[in-house]
Design a protein around this ligand. Structure first.
Ligand SMILES: C[S@@+](CC[C@H](N)C(=O)[O-])C[C@H]1O[C@@H](n2cnc3c(N)ncnc32)[C@H](O)[C@@H]1O
Ligand SMILES: Nc1nc2[nH]cc(C(=O)O)c2c(=O)[nH]1
Ligand code: SF4
Ligand SMILES: [Mg+2]
Length: 215
């Protein structure tokens, strides 16, 4: 029996988030997530999907001739075979990123992967799932993200930024407004007023293509 993963979709688009925003990227979206963030824009990946072999996934990725590959979900690390998938994508020469909720151990992820670790805020309703041990493992190749739902979430994120010195550990600290919960302008004004060492990120794909799956 070959190694398999349950996959919702593989598609080629522009990266909408993180430090490679705007760059053509292949997305591999793994099915299933143990969390239920109240704002989740990818709930269609909670169930269903197709069982696919690693070779089959790698072949489809290669067909787009990408430089960047983003593994997302769902929660990718909830499937054990996400670890060999990430390694094999790196071995194939792609620049690989992983979007993860931060609720699961990130230590086995190939160090060539840029791990984008979302610290879940109180407004997500899943903050109790944060695995703070992950913070010790962050390197300048990694990114930390806060999705901000309110001013209270913003203040909470600032306190975690200071408490853990996140800008000294990770290559990027990203603050993103929760789409439909908070205006990007409010968040931008707060970041400027506080002169924070963070990057504001908007979900570019939502401005370009709304919330369509596969974009
Ligand atoms: C759909 S999740 C998949 C990966 C992983 N489960 C996680 O939460 O990081 C990818 C990213 O989209 C963010 N996201 C989901 N819904 C969002 C929304 N409504 N507004 C802004 N970001 C959102 C998540 O917080 C996460 O950083
Ligand atoms: N274009 C585009 N960029 C993205 N970056 C992260 C995504 C995700 O759903 O994790 C995503 C997505 O769904 N689409
Ligand atoms: S962890 Fe990610 S995929 Fe899971 S519910 Fe939260 S945002 Fe959605
Ligand atoms: Mg998305």
């Amino acid at each position: 029996m070959q190694d398999t993963l349950r996959i919702t979709e593989v598609f080629y688009s522009l990266q909408g988030e993180t430090r490679t925003a705007g760059l053509p990227t292949v997305f591999v979206r793994l099915t299933g997530c143990p969390l239920r963030c109240q704002y989740c824009d990818s709930a269609y990946a909670f169930s269903g999907g197709t069982l696919r072999t690693l070779d089959d996934i790698l072949e489809q990725v290669a067909s787009y001739r990408p430089r960047y590959v983003c593994v997302t979900g769902g929660e990718p690390l909830a499937q054990p075979n996400a670890i060999p998938l990430l390694k094999q994508l790196c071995d194939a020469g792609y620049e690989v990123s992983l979007e993860t909720s931060g609720a699961l151990d990130i230590s086995a992820v190939d160090p060539r992967v840029s791990r984008v670790v979302d610290l879940k805020t109180p407004g997500s309703k899943e903050a109790h799932r944060n695995r703070y041990e992950n913070i010790e493992l962050l390197t300048p190749n990694d990114q930390v993200k806060f999705v901000i739902c309110s001013r209270e979430d913003y203040d909470w994120a600032v306190s975690k930024l200071i408490q853990y010195g996140l800008d000294q550990r990770a290559g990027e600290v990203l603050l993103s407004p929760s789409h439909h919960d908070l205006s990007a302008r409010d968040l931008a004004d707060w970041v400027v007023a506080d002169n924070l060492p963070v990057r504001l990120q908007l979900q570019l794909h939502k401005y370009l293509w709304n919330d369509e799956p596969g974009r």
